[in-house]
Design a protein around this ligand. Sequence first.
Ligand SMILES: *Cc1c(COP(=O)(O)O)cnc(C)c1O
Length: 460
Amino acid sequence: MLFHSTRGKDNNKTFEEILMQGLAKDGGLFMPDYWPEVDLDNLKNLDNFIDVAKKIVPLFTDSSFTNIEVEHLLDRTWHNFDKKDFIDIFEINESVSILELFHGPTAAFKDFGLQLAAAFFNKTLQKQKKTAIVFGATSGDTGSAAIDACKEFDLIKTFILIPEGNMSEIQRKQMTTVHKDNVFPILASGTFDDCQDIVKRGFNERTFLKDDQYLLAVNSINWVRIIGQICYYFYVSLKINNLSSPLNFSVPTGNFGNVFACYAASKMGMPLSKIIVAVNSNDILDRFFRNNDYSKEKVNETISPSMDISVASNFERLLYDFYFEGDTKACSQLYSNFPNSKIEIDSNIWKKSSQLFISYSSDDKATYECMKYYFNNFNYVMDPHTAVAADAVYKLNDKLDGKTIILSTADPAKFPLALKNAGLPPSLPNKLSRILDKKEVAHRLSSKDDSIFEFIKNNN
Ligand SMILES: *Cc1c(COP(=O)(O)O)cnc(C)c1O
C-alpha cells in the first residue's frame, strides 16, 4: 500500500514517509492509493480492541513494516487506559448509545490516534538511528495527548505552544505538570492562530533542527491518527451488533478527522447508515452540508474549545474521495483560491451528500440544555463536546433510522466550569483532579518574534 497527495504532486510514498512527513509537499493531504477491504468474517470472532486493530493497521503499513513488527508494536501501543478494553458503551435506550472514547491517560479521544503515532514515530527513529522534534500548537486536547504519548520516548523532544485563551485549567495543567526533560510546554503570547503561524514558519525555516533530525507535526492531518481512529469504529460496530447491520454515528467535530475516520471505516467494509456531522457555532461544515457553502469565518470561542476552528483541515480528504472520486486536478483547483474565496462545488455533485451525511450546529445555549437534559433524564453527565453530538441526535431524530452511536470525545471532569454553568454536579474526582494540585512549569515566550525558535534550539 502506497500513498499519494489529494493534489496530485506528491505520490508513491511509503507509510514511513508519510508518517514522518505529515503534510504533502504540494499542500495536499495524503491518501492511501486504494481502500483496503477488511474481511468482516475475520473480525466477528474477536473480542478485544487490540486484536481488531491487528486486522486493520497492517493494511496501511505493509510498505514499511512487516506484519509481525506491527503486531508486536500494537501489543504495547495503547497504555494507561482506565478500561481494560479502552472504550466503554453507555446505553441510553434501544436506539441510542454513547461510545466513551475518553478513558485514555489524557481523558480525550485523541489518545487513540496519538499513541499510535508516537509508537510508529519511535519505531522509525530507532530503525533509522535519528531523533525528532515534535512541534505543535494546541487549542485544547491535542497538546496534552501528544505530550503524554511521546514523553517516554527519549528520541523525541516535544515543544507545544499553548495560546492565551479559552482552554480549561485542567487542559492547560495536563501539559504544564508533566515535568519531564524531553517535554517543553510553552505559554505563548497571542491567539491559537498566532501560534499556528509560528508553527508553520518553524516547519518552513527549520533553523533549530540538528542534522539528521526530523521535525514532526502532530495535527490531525497525519494519516496515522486516522488509522488509530478507524480501529474503534470497527470495534464498536462489532460490540454493538457483531457488524451485522448499519449504524448511525454522531460525531462532534472540528477538523473533521474523527468524521473522516468513520467514512474510511465504511469504505473498508464497516456497515454504516448515516454520519451526523455535529459542530458548535463554528459552523463551516454545517454550512457546507446544508447550503454547499464552505467559507472561512472568524473563530468563535465556545464551551467546546477543542472544536473551535475556522476551517476543517481533513475535509479536503472527503472532497477529494467522496465528491471528486480521486480527481486530483479538481481538488487542487478547489483549494487554489481557498480561503480567500469560498468553496462551492457543482450542485449535482453536492447532492450526493445526503446519501451519507447530515449536519447540525448547536450553540452554547443548546449545548448546556442538552447536558442538562441527559443528566435529568438519564442521570448521565456528559462533557460539552459530547453534548454537541447528543444535541444533533435529539434535533435530527426524525431523519434517523436504526441505532445511533453518539461519540463521547472527552471526560466531563475536564470541563468543571461548563458542568457548573449547566447546573450539573461536579464530576467525580479522578486522575484529573490530582493534576490541579501539581506545580506548573512552563516557559513564557512571545509568538511575535524568533524567541520560540531560539528556545527550541537552546534546548535541542
Ligand atoms: C479534537 C477534539 C474534537 C474534534 O475532533 P476532530 O477530529 O478535529 O473533528 C472533538 N472533541 C474533543 C474533546 C476533541 O479533543
